[in-house]
Design a protein around this ligand. Structure first.
Ligand code: NAP
Length: 676
């Protein structure tokens, strides 16, 4: 039988002794043995810190992003191999798609988000500089730099691929090495994927290690430069959170635990409305995808009391069409739980919920439900419960049956719907199905603080909605309270979880040179050569020109009004302009000022500047009257070469002044500039 190996300190290592036997969820046959006995966990941590971390920190954010993309492309080439093995976890093709291609998709998403939203450098600048002195010689700037330790990712059994990749992607972009510990039950699939990753040779050595089996004394070696993320049960999470070393060293700890997610049907969504039908589909999908073994699955269906019977009836009919069985067989729509033990566990939890609810549908007793099950497999039919007094019962809000199980809970009015949802004590996600935006808003204000994500479903977004249960790389995943209090992904936010925020203080010139982003008040480099004549490799931040002056006449304003068609009274009518609280008379169009400024700073001949692709942060600050003059101070602010193109982005600080030196307009001009 295959013995799973860990990837430790650059080698594949088998644990000592036989270890635990892992069985197929479909037929109970042995798939692999797992043990981490004998691994040197301290050495793994040291290896990550001394080999992986330095190698990653040499790369810029964009270089790491390109590496992730390359890795994602390679993993896609192996996807059928992953799908084949995934069957043993009880997953249908659709379930596996979420895990395998959903996980690989997270690498792609992080790669492109990083290249769009982060600099091509080594530190991340957070927000604008803070002025700290009267004369502007002393400023503050928040920056993020990578943690210099290791991120330990401890994952749950239900997403052996996605669980690893959704954590690996932001960690890698941050420049921090990872040690991944998959849940034993399905670790064979994670191990296969890590094998393909390591074989590809794409990742810098030491940036990824794998533990198949228990983590031994790993957490004893954690310091303030390390981070531990955990997905799994609240009980284990609490144990890790209380670990003395984790507490003593203030080790970053992110926990994604169980969650009694709700889906609320609006009072307007009566039978016959599109929202009612969408709701039935969504609850069914959430009960059956991954056989209900999804942390985001709908556990509580909160519905108007008057139509609770209709909801139950519609769900019964819909669940009766689910086809349970070996995912390898044609037509099967729901696979198995991850293991036989899970069947017993879920049945026990159902019994606990049923102390204060009644079972209104049990697929096991449905003679019409097509089932094609092996006795050895971890198959389980969907179960629907009804809790008539959800404000008085605890079980429906406390007990998580991690399987194809959901409880319908009725409400009488909006306040009750909110109160019932909040009894979940903090959830990863809830959804609201309504075509009444006032009800949606009341729910958001009422339960938002209890949730990491809220989806509002209706006929307008149904065809493109990603659904209640899908965490997305661009949005945060995690929730307060019972859900663990953690936060993962959410685009760049997720990367920053593995970096330290530091408030820098110093002179504008020093802070510009340190951060690679020019800030106002810093030294400007006025040279003979116009900055538009320099390639992206020749440009330096601070390269600057101060243009000649241009007087703005009434004819200019009228000409611009005629030409553009913008005849707003402030430009055209002296008396009306004067009556306006901001103007002393007719003023120039703001867009004329921007255009005239370009006329002053642009160097027109063909050269390295390829295109202007926009403006940002445009503000008109002082009105410009006929007879006033403008002059532009134009400074190279930030340089972002693209890794895969022969050009990059250059951002220019642009300040338009009048003849008194007052700021008329300020903005960033964005250009594409060729490499040398
Ligand atoms: P679990 O028993 O807590 O296991 C989770 C992970 O922790 C596994 O990798 C497990 O490894 C490891 N682990 C267990 N004891 C440990 C210890 N003392 N030190 C270090 N690691 C330890 O959870 P589970 O029952 O497998 O997972 C199901 C639960 O996860 C459900 O309640 C579900 O709601 C939750 N979940 C949450 C999310 C989310 O994003 N919030 C996602 C998926 C699942 P072994 O397998 O080797 O024991």
């Amino acid at each position: 039988m295959q013995q799973l190996k860990s990837y430790s300190c650059g080698e594949w290592v088998a644990g000592e002794g036989g270890g635990l036997t892992l069985c197929s969820a479909i037929d109970g046959s042995a798939v692999a043995e797992i043990s981490s006995k004998g691994l040197d966990f301290r050495a793994m941590v040291e290896y990550a810190r001394s080999v992986g971390g330095p190698a990653l920190r040499l790369l810029t954010f964009h270089q790491r992003a390109m590496t992730l993309k390359e890795l994602a492309l390679v993993l896609m080439q192996h996807k059928e191999e992953f799908y084949r093995l995934s069957r043993a976890t009880g997953a249908t093709r659709n379930d596996s798609w979420i895990d395998i291609e959903g996980g690989i998709g997270t690498l792609f998403a992080y790669s492109s988000k990083c290249r769009r939203e982060m600099p091509n450098g080594h530190l991340y600048i957070d927000g604008e500089p803070e002025l700290l002195s009267r004369n502007g010689t002393f400023m503050g700037q928040h920056v993020y730099t990578p943690l210099q330790g290791v991120a330990v990712h401890i994952n749950a059994f239900n997403f052996p691929c996605w669980g690893m990749l959704e954590k690996l992607a932001p960690t890698f972009i941050a420049g921090v090495p990872s040690i991944v510990k998959p849940a034993s039950q399905t670790a064979y699939l994670t191990e296969l994927m890590v094998r393909r990753i390591i074989e590809s040779g794409i990742l810098p050595e030491g940036s990824l290690q794998l533990i198949c089996g228990s983590v031994g004394d790993l957490l004893d070696h954690m310091t303030c430069q390390d981070a531990v993320t955990f997905t799994g049960s609240a009980t284990t999470g609490l144990r890790l959170r209380r670990h003395p070393v984790m507490m003593r060293n203030s080790v970053r700890f992110t926990m994604e635990a169980d969650s009694l997610n709700a889906s609320i049907l609006g009072p307007d969504a009566l039978p016959g409305t599109p929202e009612f039908d969408l709701y039935i589909e969504e609850v069914t999908r959430e009960m059956t995808v991954k056989c209900g073994q999804k942390c985001t699955a709908i556990r509580r269906a909160i519905v108007p009391r008057a139509i609770a019977g209709d909801v139950i009836e519609a769900l019964r009919r819909r669940l009766g069409k689910v086809i349970i069985g070996d995912p390898g067989r044609e037509g099967v729509t729901m696979g198995a739980l991850a293991s036989k033990d899970q069947c017993d566990e879920v049945r026990q939890r159902i019994a606990e919920i049923a102390r204060s609810s009644e079972i209104v549908y049990d697929g096991a007793d449905d003679p019409g439900l097509p089932q094609d099950l092996s006795d050895q497999g971890a198959f389980m039919a969907p179960v629907l419960l009804y809790c008539d007094r959800p404000l008085k019962s605890r079980d429906v809000h406390d007990v998580e049956a991690f399987g194809p199980v959901c409880t319908v809970a009725p409400y009488d009015d909006t306040a009750q719907a909110i109160a019932i949802a909040k009894l979940g004590q903090g959830s990863l996600v809830s959804s609201v199905f309504t075509y009444d935006d006032a009800f949606a808003r009341a729910m958001v204000l009422g339960i938002g603080a209890w949730h990491g994500r809220l989806l509002i479903g209706n006929r307008d977004c149904a065809s493109e909605s990603t659904g209640h249960g899908s965490p997305l790389p661009a949005l945060i995943h995690g929730g307060p309270g019972r859900a663990g209090g953690g936060q993962e992904m959410g685009g760049v936010r997720g990367v920053l979880h593995y970096m330290q925020c530091t408030a820098l203080q110093g002179s504008p010139t020093t802070l510009s040179n340190v951060t690679g982003k020019w800030m106002r008040g810093a030294q400007r480099l006025e040279r003979e050569v116009h900055p538009f004549r320099k390639t992206i490799d020749e440009l330096e931040i601070g390269d600057s020109i101060v243009t000649g002056r241009r007087k703005v006449s009434l004819e200019d304003i009228e000409h611009f009004a005629e030409f553009s068609g913008d005849r707003f009274y402030a430009h055209m009518d002296e008396a009306a302009a004067k009556a306006n609280p901001f103007f002393e008379g007719r003023v120039a169009h703001g867009y004329f000022i921007v255009s005239a400024a370009a006329g002053l700073f642009v160097d027109p001949a063909p050269g390295p500047v390829l295109a202007n692709y926009g403006l940002e942060n445009l503000r008109f600050l002082t009105p410009l009257n006929p007879g006033d003059e403008i002059q532009v101070q134009f400074t190279c602010k930030q340089i972002t070469p693209r890794e895969t193109e022969d050009y990059g982005e250059v951002r220019w600080d642009t300040q338009v002044m009048n003849q008194h030196g007052e700021l008329v307009a300020a903005y960033d001009v964005l250009t594409l500039v060729a490499k040398g």
